[in-house]
Design a protein around this ligand. Structure first.
Ligand code: FAD
Ligand code: FES
Ligand code: MG
Length: 280
């Protein structure tokens, strides 16, 4: 059991929680994730990235968006409550080195998992540009934290309510075609946007590293739920990833597989949303 030490609402449906997990806090590296099981009463296991950690205090921070049954249940928890099981750190750490110019692209909730990568890329001596994309102003998260590490921060919103009215691919294209062409890009955005970020960078022969958010169950390479096709080979995101060379990923296949349990998820989500509305 892991105690929730703090809970904060960052934007509509997005929460930050700091949880007591000393062993994980000491071992974790940028890019790694947890498998969280909220309760053992039929509670499913969900992957969430370690957005931050404090090795001295023994705490890890997760940032999650309430999108369905389990994330809504987690959002109902409060400071002082417990989460039944947390497994981690899982997955391979991000490959960090001094690349030169790095462009990090975060979309929606993907901005949170991007944060430790931005910190690590900066600490390795890179010049880091961060692009944050959101549907609207209220959904922009981590702006202040990113400012502390990014050499340049570009914010875009779909409706133009904050920053530029654009998609993340617009500034990405400008950066790739400009004189200061990135040496590498990193994208943690929704799958369809990942596909477009890949296409954008491919046009300029710029490498792109993507963090994949496939369905996961065990997180240790046994169930096959997170299977993806990368460069014609079968890979498991939990043990071979979660980051891959974006130019090799079969995004269409990945997106089809992510819809596999849609009907069941919608039923559970509906029940949970009703409970959530009654109690918040
Ligand atoms: P559901 O209604 O069950 O599902 C909503 C959608 O979430 C589904 O359509 C599917 O695309 C996805 N999903 C559902 N079940 C799973 C599952 N077991 N594993 C993976 N995806 C699933 N989200 C965050 O908000 N913050 C994070 O830091 C974060 N990090 C992630 C890191 C990794 C490596 C992966 C693979 C996913 C991450 N996600 C993160 C996504 C998060 O796991 C899903 O939003 C969550 O599982 C949804 O569960 P649900 O029951 O609330 O929603
Ligand atoms: Fe089961 Fe990756 S989550 S094999
Ligand atoms: Mg679910």
């Amino acid at each position: 059991m892991n105690k929730i030490l703090s809970k904060k609402k960052l934007s509509a449906d997005v929460y930050e929680m700091t949880v007591d997990a000393p062993l994980i806090a000491r071992a974790r590296k940028a890019g790694q994730f947890l498998i969280v099981q909220i309760d053992t009463n039929w509670g499913e296991r969900i992957p969430l990235t370690i957005a931050d950690a404090d090795a001295e205090k023994g705490t890890v921070t997760i940032v999650f968006q309430a999108v369905g049954a389990t994330t809504y249940k987690l959002a109902l928890k409060d400071t002082g409550d417990h989460v039944e099981n947390i497994l981690g750190p899982l997955g391979n750490p991000t490959h960090i080195e001094k690349f030169g110019r790095v462009v990090c692209v975060g979309g929606g909730i993907g901005v949170a998992p991007l944060f430790p990568i931005v910190q690590a890329m900066k600490a390795a001596g890179n010049t880091v540009t961060v692009i944050i994309g959101a549907r609207t102003r209220e959904l922009v998260i981590f702006e202040d934290r990113m400012k502390n590490y990014a050499d340049e921060l570009i914010i875009v919103t779909d409706d133009g309510s904050y920053g530029r009215k654009a998609l993340v691919t617009d500034p990405l294209k400008e950066l790739c075609s400009g004189a200061a062409r990135p040496d590498i890009t990193v994208a943690i955005v929704p799958p369809i946007m990942m596909k477009f970020c890949e296409k954008t960078t491919a046009g300029f022969d710029v490498p792109i590293m993507v963090s994949l958010n496939t369905i996961m169950i065990d997180g240790t390479g046994m169930c096959g739920g997170c299977r993806v096709n990368v460069g014609g080979e079968i890979k498991f995101v939990c043990v071979d990833g979660p980051e891959f060379d974006g130019h090799k990923v079969d995004f269409d296949n990945m997106m089809i597989r992510m819809k596999a349990f849609k009907d069941r998820e919608e039923q559970d989500h509906h029940k949970c949303r009703l409970a959530f509305k009654e109690s918040v």
